[in-house]
Ligand binder design. Sequence first.
Ligand code: SF4
Ligand code: SF4
Length: 337
Amino acid sequence: MSYMDRLDRSAPMPVKHWSFAGLMLTYWCNARCASCYLCCGPHRLEEMSVEEALGYWESLATAEPMGCRVHLSGGEPFGDWERLVELCRRAQAQGLGPLEKIETNAFWATDANLVHARLEELDRYGMGKLVISTDPYHQEFVPMEHVRLAARVAGEVLGEHRVQVRWRDWLKDGFDTDRLSPSQRAELFASYAASGRDRFNGRAAVELTRGQQLKAPIEFADYPCAERLLRSRHVHIDPQGRVMPGTCSGIVLGHACREPLGDIWRRLADDYASRPLTGTLALVGPAGLARLAEATGFVPQSGYAGKCHLCWDVRRYLVGVSGFSDELGPAWLYLDH
Ligand code: SF4
Ligand code: SF4
């Protein structure tokens, strides 16, 4: 009996209700952070229209049993200010429920009056929190002074308790990393990545694993991912309606453009164990997925910086393999870093 045949795929394992959902308004971003697990950048043009976003939002707000809290992300949602503000205004007018937060890298925060006016408008339309991303990778593309300005004005307009900065230590001491030489930047990124804040998924799996300590694939045996895939309560919906686990980009749990979110959740709870990719990752982990892939020709690298690095490498191979590709996407994510 093979390793995979010995799995008990009928063992009960509840899927937690999704209570937090991010609408990814776009894959476009002014930045191209080395840590970006969604491989966003100035060259990505995929977008979610206001009508599509409102449709998903309604599906999320009414999903059984208690609905999802919605946040807006990207890519960079402030890249199209008119769309962002129209979506917030119409969602509020339709009574779609509270907007938990909007995430940004603050690239647009060039002037205090502009920041003030935009945040007042979003506040009026129900935005709960502003989340500002800042770390060495973002500051290769976004001036630190924009981040500090956005954080300061947001504190004045919204109150400090409604401003979340990831990460505060970098906000205090950080600097523009585009001024570093390539070797200095590589050294800083490697030491920052070693702190474990970033998941080695997407572009991070390619760019941040250089210089990390690598372990043989066997070291990641028996690291099942049920907590991340089935119990995190957090999903993202991408511009084409793909429903993905909150942090495991590129794994497709369903399509919000084809069926209501509640139905996608119920189907996942019913059949996750029989799904070749999600079931294997949830029950066994990426080492189990690597074994499946090896049967179709996958050759693992000699070492990986973490289990997500291994997972990414296997999925990048499987995205073109029939039987797995339905659970992976968008395909370009695995090819275009
Ligand atoms: S991590 Fe955020 S700011 Fe950086 S490229 Fe990705 S979406 Fe843009
Ligand atoms: S190994 Fe794969 S499925 Fe597991 S947490 Fe990492 S990216 Fe997600």
